[in-house]
Design a protein around this ligand. Sequence first.
Ligand SMILES: NC(=O)c1ccc[n+]([C@@H]2O[C@H](COP(=O)([O-])OP(=O)(O)OC[C@H]3O[C@@H](n4cnc5c(N)ncnc54)[C@H](OP(=O)(O)O)[C@@H]3O)[C@@H](O)[C@H]2O)c1
Length: 286
Amino acid sequence: MKLLVTGAKGMLGTDLVALLKENGNTVFETDIEELDITSFQDITVFMQEAKPEIVINCAGYTQVDRAEEEPELANLLNGTAVKHLATACANSNIPLCHISTDYVFDGEKEGAYLPEDVPNPIGAYGASKLAGERYLLDICRRYYLIRTSWLYGKNGNNFVRTMLRLAKERNELRVVHDQIGSPTWTVTLARIIYLLIQTAQYGIYHAADETNGGISWYEFACEIMRVAGYTIPVIPIETKDFKSLARRPKNSLLDLTKTKEAIKEEIPEWNDSLYQFINKGLGTGD
Ligand SMILES: NC(=O)c1ccc[n+]([C@@H]2O[C@H](COP(=O)([O-])OP(=O)(O)OC[C@H]3O[C@@H](n4cnc5c(N)ncnc54)[C@H](OP(=O)(O)O)[C@@H]3O)[C@@H](O)[C@H]2O)c1
């Protein structure tokens, strides 16, 4: 298959490109230097020359707190640029696979969010991602809209890396226990994307590691410490005692049923993924 991957140097993009290539695909791997997705003109020219069979958009504005201060920038990359990609894909009659987030939901639901649940973001980042989702659904007939959550991987800043760094710098860790969700290793997400794009079953999907009911950031931090062999105390705190610019949903657990049916494969347990990530030395940033 001939694929165009945007944001290919990012946390997800790196692992996805590696998987696609390992499986014999031709990948046009682009990041902002090769293809700035905020330019419709550049996208059109690139696609006319490369003639991909599908586009996978791994580019995005991902800084949840900073988005509150610069929502225009978040909207440009997470909204307008997705409109450009969707239009270019529709013009070329090829599918667009786009990655979105659990933060499009408000977190008020009891239990896991289904792909068809109604988004209602409570922060600027989630609002910008929802704008992108809407462009995709309005413009493309063939799309995979894949929402993921709490992403970590070897090629980016993330919660696991932050906890491992803080464990060396501090005497204790204070982590919120009243926000529930699912961590997702980029390797798990890359595999789900790879399998989904072969199904031709277009639609909205949720993708995360399996948590069977969700975990809190506190539980996630405790497991990171345990697996990495740190004995530093981890103190559970409430969201109201943790200062941050953006509000975050208290429940952002994603239901994986539809995804598992489509890919016909079980999804790895979150602690198995974490174990591999840490034991392969991928969380150190060294
Ligand atoms: N990270 C999470 O916890 C999380 C959670 C849920 C959903 N997601 C979604 O998952 C997707 C992948 O996230 P990620 O964490 O892998 O992101 P990432 O590491 O920030 O990667 C995004 C890549 O896109 C590049 N980029 C920025 N502006 C661009 C432009 N105008 N044109 C082309 N490329 C551009 C970035 O380059 P620079 O680094 O130079 O800016 C970066 O290499 C995003 O859609 C994100 O919203 C992420």
